[in-house]
Write a protein that binds this ligand. Structure first.
Ligand code: PLP
Length: 369
């Protein structure tokens, strides 16, 4: 049996009639940007996250970048980021003109090690970006505690965590503002690029909604040098259809993760993801570790099981930060994770047979190593 790492088509097929209806409704409306669909989605997603505001933007990178701009964070400022994350977290800081200061992860949760944050704070530090990597929230009480002690802003990178909870509170509502990505492969994915920002801060929300639209509130009046980063009507309409299914789909991811966790607990050589008691993850990815990751990946591929690596290089070694080595020492934990992690297939449309096939092939592959 073949199990591809990720398939997007089954989502469309499951709800084809609803997507087609949404498409026709938007096309026939004659209005394609900043209209009723986006307003409705923003309201629905804010309700879902439990925040006062949601502002749709073009993608997840823009969401983080615009939050930083709205907070007036830029040249000369430092922003604490995890060393283990997708490069977008770092790039948002760089594009704002500030410097990303990496903090190593906790090896068990993959998320930022809150014990190491204080040592990275200087008088230039303005904010901490907490990434909820692989669908599990970072330890937000610790992060918020440190941030209030030093007067820092807390920004969530919630690109991988739509629906995840921390001590019962939804991701997107755990800091001063959160950036979301609706890239097609995310838990709440559009059929193209899209993103959003959630926040409870009225003033910040106001600035953000101007920033995404040329810094303008009144047509042809530009209060500042804004961007063009809008979530269009068609994607908003599709996202509304999917948002109604998000909890159900996250639940299915949880069932698969539970199956993987219990079946793999007896397998030797692999390290399973750790879920702290306060976490309620949504399993964007199911990431295991193995010292011979390449070998395991190719054996799985031979038996038809697709896997991916998130991520093969930490941001500071990915190329974009070349020449800035003096700023970034080796970051050994991030490097170690980059060479040992492997993501197994997981998603709401993976059948029980496919999950069984992954587990069977994992067991037989491990015997050959
Ligand atoms: C996907 C992702 C982003 C960026 O989202 P885009 O919509 O692709 O710009 C940011 N941070 C993390 C952790 C992500 O996984």
């Amino acid at each position: 049996m073949k199990v591809p790492f990720l398939e997007l088509l089954p989502t469309y097929l499951e709800l084809k009639d609803e997507f087609d209806t949404a498409y026709k409704r938007v096309m026939a409306s004659g209005w394609y940007v900043l209209g009723k669909e986006l307003e409705a989605f923003e309201l629905e997603f804010a309700n879902y996250c439990g925040t006062k505001h949601c502002i749709g933007v073009g993608n997840g990178l823009d969401a983080l970048h615009i939050i930083l701009r709205a907070m007036n964070i830029g040249r000369g400022d430092e922003v604490i980021v995890p060393s283990n994350t997708y490069i977008a977290t770092w790039l948002a800081v760089s594009h704002a003109g500030a410097t990303p200061i990496p903090v190593e992860p906790d090896e068990r949760t993959f998320n930022i090690d809150t014990e190491r944050i204080e040592a990275a704070i200087t008088e230039r530090t303005k904010a901490i970006i907490a990434v909820h990597l692989y669908g599990q929230t970072a330890d937000m009480d610790q992060i918020n505690h440190i941030a209030s002690k030093y007067g820092l802003r807390v920004i969530e990178d919630a690109a991988q965590s739509q629906g995840a909870r921390y001590k019962g509170i939804r991701s997107g509502c755990l800091g001063h503002a959160a950036g979301h990505s609706f890239y097609p492969g995310k838990n709440l994915g559009a059929f193209g690029d899209a993103g959003a920002i959630t926040t409870n801060d009225d003033e910040l929300a106001d600035r953000i909604s101007q920033l995404r639209n040329y810094g303008s509130k009144v047509k042809y009046r530009h209060d500042f040098k804004g961007f063009n980063s809008r979530l269009d009507e068609i994607q908003a309409a599709f996202l509304r259809v999917k948002l109604a299914r998000l909890d159900e789909w996250n639940k299915r991811r949880g069932q698969i993760a539970a199956e993987y966790l219990s079946a793999c607990s007896t397998l030797r050589g692999i390290t399973l993801p750790y879920v702290p008691p306060w976490a309620d993850p949504v399993w964007h990815l199911f990431v295991i570790k193995h010292p011979q990751r390449e070998k395991l990946q190719s054996l799985l591929l031979e038996s038809g099981i697709g896997t991916l690596i998130h991520y093969p290089y930490p941001a500071h070694r990915s190329g974009a930060y070349e020449g800035e080595e003096d700023l970034y020492d080796s970051l050994p934990t991030a490097l170690n994770l980059a060479s040992t992690v492997l993501s197994l297939p997981i998603g709401p449309h993976l059948s029980s047979e496919q999950v069984g096939a992954v587990l069977h092939c994992l067991e037989t592959s491990l015997c050959k190593i």
